[in-house]
Design a protein around this ligand. Sequence first.
Ligand SMILES: Nc1nc2c(ncn2[C@@H]2O[C@H](COP(=O)(O)O[C@H]3[C@@H](O)[C@H](n4cnc5c(=O)[nH]c(N)nc54)O[C@@H]3COP(=O)(O)O)[C@@H](O)[C@H]2O)c(=O)[nH]1
Length: 881
Amino acid sequence: MAKGSAEAPDCGSRREEKGFFTERDRPSGAQQTSAGREDLPDARRSLEARQAELERLAAALRDSEAPHREQALERCQERFDQAPVPLFTLTRSGLIGSANLAGARLLGVARSGLIGLPFSVFLTQDTAPVLAAQLRQDFEERHSFSCEVAIRGNGRPTFPARIDAASATSAECSIAVQDLSAYQAHRAQAFSESRYRQLFESAKDGLLILEAERGIISDVNQAAVLLLGHSREELLGRRLYEIGFFSGPGSEQEVLAELDRRGELRYQALPLCTRDGRHLFVDFVGCSYQVEGIRVIQCDLRDVTSRKRAEEALAKSEEQWRTIVHNINEYVYSVRFENGVASSIYHSPKCLEITGYTPEEYYRDPLLWFAMIHDEDRALVNEFLGHILAGKSHPPIRHRIRHKDGSERWLLNNCAVQRLEGEEAGIARLDGFIMDITELKLAEDNIFFLAHHDPLTRLPNRSTLYARIDQVISVAQKANRSMALLFLDIDGFKQINDTLGHDVGDRLLQSVAQRLTECTRPCDIVSRLGGDEFVIVLWDCGVEETTSVAEQIIAGFSLEGSSAVINASIGVSLYPQDGRDYLTLLKNADLAMYQAKKAGGKGFHFYTKRLNELAHERFTIETDLRRALERGEFVLYYQPKVNIVTGEFSGMEALIRWQHPVRGLVAPESFIGIAEESGLLTPISKWIIDSVCRQLKSWRDQGIQASSAINLSASFFQHADFEATIEKALLQTGIPPESLELELTEATIMSDPQQVLGSMAAMKALGLQLSIDDFGIGYSSLSYLKKLPVDKLKIDQSFIRNIAKDTDNMAVVRAVLNIGRSMQLKVIAEGVENASQLAWLQAEGGEEAQGFYFSRPLPAQGMTALLKRGKRAFAASVSTH
Ligand SMILES: Nc1nc2c(ncn2[C@@H]2O[C@H](COP(=O)(O)O[C@H]3[C@@H](O)[C@H](n4cnc5c(=O)[nH]c(N)nc54)O[C@@H]3COP(=O)(O)O)[C@@H](O)[C@H]2O)c(=O)[nH]1
């Protein structure tokens, strides 16, 4: 070292005082480190070898002679100079005491220029203090140390270096400097490779590295092994087509050529069957690059089977949804809201049929929908949308739109809102469906119409009348107005229906409805209650106006295709005097109509209080009648029929009387009609038949061979029990059928000619006598009369009453007598009250008569007495003149 010191530039001693650090600066506890010993063995060994050499030389110097000492020093100096490791000696101040050749090369400064320079000038600012601290500690504690610094070599960039210092002597310490540039580069590369391998192996995607030249797999990661189901060994050296990619070597070649040309290739959802039979879909990304001059292909395989399956499921569900939406009858739509602006995102094809506009037209104009809403329904739709957009639920609404073709359509509109949550809370979408309910609405309207109207005449029906008239009455009450209720019933409608057929009856009802509508104003109500009953409500009409309307109505209805003139009867009640509610007005108008009917029809009658009294009376009679039969209050009177030629009994007529507990003996005219209308005449008729037969039997039992006529009403003649009742009575009493005579009026026969004719034939077949009562006042034609199985005509008493004075009556009676003769029918004149009537009849050739002149109707007991007078009881009566 002395030699080195001698060779060192004199600047060394010059800079001693301004050295690296001074005694004062020397640290007290610097640590020795052995870090990097194994990393840098050469430098350390070299340094340790020099240290050992120096120690050996020192020992030799102590023990040897001078010549040997010189030689040793030279050898030592040479080894120091030629050592491959950059070596330096540093003074306590950190000045360079000596440097070997490698050291001078490292720092890029001639050795002579280095001596005396602080070593720190070659260090970066941040690492210089590191070395200074270590040196202080080294000189203090005489320990070796190692540290890493950054050297700013002359003419080369800063490079990392490691300094190994031997234990310092009192004056100097030796350091070996190792350039770490190459080492660190190597270490970086090793780190990079390890990191790459780690990344390669831990990648989730399967990675295959191919030698591009031969197309064979040269590396695979674990993910690829798991994905493909092949072991790593099976994969290495194989080609892509051999592990299931691409259809074969040709196809693979094409793919690799394309990859080569473009540098990168991507395939999405390639189907792949793995070695263990799994069917997968993988996204394939191939890219080609050079590694150390060799071209490789990296294949990235990502298992997208779940995604693919989900996509397929989604596509399938979308397809199903589309199929459903395209085939349902509803028009489905979806509108998106973005920043408060609506835009159409879906309109199913059905929109064209329902609205006339194509989906494209909706996409172009988001407000098209609103434009077609019917003006009257716009408020309803706005309210509906307001509810929906506010997030409230609302049932579907029905509204109208104007179809593109101009027609009006009824729609059922239902929709729901899809909302965004969180910060961007608000409406995202409006989804809805629309159904064309035009036909349904029409059907509903029709059903509603039919529920409230009569289908035949299309007039309001009973329930509608009821609802409307209540409103009319309420308005009339508030406005202090009058109104009239007209109850109309077609005269003889049943006969028209029965004789001319129901089609004709229907047409008649329709023409009546039309006529009533024509005769009234729009503010009036015309309705059909049912059957041939109509109700007309005339608003703000008194007696005068109502009379005028009623006269127009009853002027007569002509029936299309028929010459018959049809008449009607009308009853009128007035609000408020005849009633303040519908039912009272209707009841009173009905009473008045009944009165009009009783007056012969073809007329109208205003309701009067008297009608009500009569109705009340009638009601009382009806109530009493219901109890009369069971209380045995009916009795039979008998009026004789007389042969006016011989004066002999020719028969008798049974006539009913009601022995009323309060009213006394009530004549049949006061109750027969009521009994018939209330359905009580059937049991009463059965009682009459039974009683007459029993009386005849009683007389027979007394040796009197009598016969009797019975009056039969139309209702009982048509009753299902009629024939059986007669047969049973004959059977039970055993009287001969020919002792019983049935009197039917022309009206009875005409009420249902077919059925009555059948019953008459049956009675005739049984052996009963049949006669037409009140003959002459009806409308029997001769041709019709010929068909009837009757034995006798009974001239109505109205013709006999004024026979002496009334030439018309004479003519009628003569005519009936002639008819009888020509048709070989017996003729009896009833209502003979005096001798002149009898004489006239006798003069005209009449054979039989009945009347007060001979006898009033007698109770059975009286008749028994009369009968006992013998055959010629009336001989004196017939020969008085
Ligand atoms: N269905 C039934 N109808 C019956 C029955 N009994 C009677 N009647 C019908 O009631 C009407 C009135 O009958 P009545 O009060 O009994 O009157 C009868 C005679 O009393 C009356 N008559 C007879 N002779 C004269 C006379 O000279 N002058 C006169 N003013 N009246 C007279 O005529 C009635 C009998 O008429 P008719 O039946 O047409 O022969 C009457 O229509 C009865 O038919 C019954 O049981 N069932």
